[in-house]
Design a protein around this ligand. Sequence first.
Ligand SMILES: *Cc1c(COP(=O)(O)O)cnc(C)c1O
Length: 332
Amino acid sequence: MSNWKALDQMGSGAATGAAIKADGYGLGAADIVRILYDAGCRDFYVAHWQEAEPLLPLLQDASLSVLNGVMPQDMTNPDLRHPAVKPVLNSMTQVERWIGAGGGRCDLMVDTGMNRLGLSMDESADPLLQELDIDVCMSHLASADEDVPQNGLQLGNFQKVRGTITARRYSLANSAGIALGHDYHFDLIRPGLALYGGIARTELETVIKPVASLETVVLQVRDLKTGDQVGYNAKFTADRAMRIATCALGYADGYLRAFAGNGEMSHAGETLPVLGRISMDLIAIDISNAEPLHEGDMVKCSYNLQKCAAATGLSQYELLTNLGGRFDRVWV
Ligand SMILES: *Cc1c(COP(=O)(O)O)cnc(C)c1O
């Protein structure tokens, strides 16, 4: 909620939406809709139709856009005609399909240089678009987390699109794009990552607060002698007597094997390094220096997204969206 408000402040008067695809970047889309609706958010974004259905009862007067657009099989989905829902049309085929089915309020994606989804710049002049009832005409920035000429080129293209396509509102910026300044904000900004504590540009370091941290339980405590080995393929060998704990966290929870050799838990201010390979459901941690830990005690992981990304080579997006279904998600 505080991240949404901080981004809203940066948005130079533009409305602030929220990308909540992939179950709210792994944190729980339904909870996020409730929290951000209360903060004032009225524009939500998912990728798939299947993600929309459980959120519909929560939307009240907010809208939910489905970014992947309308395939032939989506046309019979009853959620398509829910008053809060808008398809994001991504191609002329989808535009024709939508008009052919009677049209109605929609969003439109134009590709200004990412070559991912959206009408091409040429197609954006097609007269058929005048038959659409477009709420938000949007485009997506490919490299807003970097200072590269592509940002300015995409901005220039989007300004042209704004001159050709009639829509109620125009929207370009994702989280990183918000930090590129006023020119990029238009009528609506669409943060995702930054809402969940991700920092895509240094300008956001002082603005965005961490959201996700992990906690897991100690299942067993063991004492090792010098030379004892730990975990699959014996990748860790004790060079001294030490005490370790086996905890209920593994790659099936999204704590991927990329954390081997660099992962850290903590307890009462002590850092507890992860030892050896990550198992599917388990990790081993060094608790030699911790105050005594017992079966059933909880240990924490601050899950600092910038640091974890640097240590593992995973993106901040992957670190969030991989978080598995076995965590209880607790909002504090
Ligand atoms: C995912 C997504 C966003 C949010 O992007 P972040 O980089 O997470 O802020 C915005 N717009 C579109 C079209 C997206 O697909």
